[in-house]
Design a protein around this ligand. Structure first.
Ligand code: MN
Length: 270
């Protein structure tokens, strides 16, 4: 078992170190991770400049790019001859729930694995609000999460792992009561943009605010709030299959857009 590990908090983050240590006895772990924090970098790919990979120590490589760059350099470059069987990402500092997975560099690394026909798992740890990365209780929860991450990976590789497996795993800040199989929840920000003025009177903005979640059963948010580990299977196919079935009137309107009326010369081409 060969596992490629990455994250979006940077190669020197505690969550990555603990994850790699916890998985060590399950196989050979190769780390290719960003050389500095890339949180909220989403699924971005660096195409407008060269990327550099630096060997930090045995099996650890830092890249001056995004988590998606790291998966590409790992799978298509460094491990080209002996590709990994699994890609893991995290453990992220802070949860990645609901629609936030679309911002997440941590989850995007797992998405990228999927694009290379490799199973991917993203791990994130909820932390109490305003906790610093150095607090003892935060370190303890990351250690517990790393142990559980090991159990999740061990349980997975005990059977056949589908090549398109994509899991988003979130650990609660408290000691987990168990694991729940969930779907993505829905978040709405109460206040998203904060406007301020600088000393010269010019406006500037912070994207901030208090997250609010819709209270729905079966979601990752609900499971995490109830003290459970939330495991959400994801898929790269963003097609709204329900909408494909349910939106017939809209479909009819859209399918007439750009189509010449009958009786004319057969319609525009091109
Ligand atoms: Mn992060």
């Amino acid at each position: 078992m060969r596992i490629l590990a990455t994250n979006d908090d940077g190669i020197f983050s505690e969550g990555l170190k603990l994850l790699v240590e916890a998985l060590a006895d399950l196989g050979e772990i190769i780390v290719v991770a960003p050389d500095h924090e890339q949180s909220a970098s989403s699924h971005s790919l660096t195409l407008n400049r060269p990327l550099r990979m630096q060997r930090i120590r045995e099996h650890w490589y830092a890249v001056d790019g995004t988590p998606t760059d790291c998966v590409n350099l790992g799978v298509q470059g460094l491990l080209k001859e002996e590709p990994p069987d699994l890609v893991v990402s995290g453990i992220n500092f802070g949860p990645n729930l609901g629609g936030d997975v679309s911002y997440s560099g941590t989850v995007s690394a797992a998405f990228e694995a999927s694009m290379h026909q490799l199973p991917g798992i993203a791990f994130s740890q909820e932390v109490a609000e305003r906790s610093s990365r150095r607090e003892a209780n935060v370190t303890a929860s990351f250690e517990a999460a790393a142990e559980l991450a090991r159990e999740v990976v061990a349980a997975l590789i005990a059977g056949e792992v589908p090549r398109d497996l994509l899991l988003n795993v979130n650990f609660p800040a408290s000691t987990p009561l168990g694991v729940r199989w969930t779907r993505l929840g829905k978040r709405s920000y109460r206040q998203t943009v904060v406007e301020k003025r600088d000393p010269k009177g010019r406006k500037y903005y912070w994207i901030a605010g208090t997250p609010e979640w819709e209270q729905e059963t079966g979601t990752d948010y609900e499971a995490l709030m109830a003290g459970y580990v939330a495991v959400t299977p994801l898929h790269l196919d963003l097609t709204d299959y329900r909408g494909l079935e349910d939106s017939a009137p809209l479909r009819d309107r859209l399918e007439h857009v750009g189509v010449a009326e009958s009786g004319r010369d057969g319609g525009a081409t091109g």
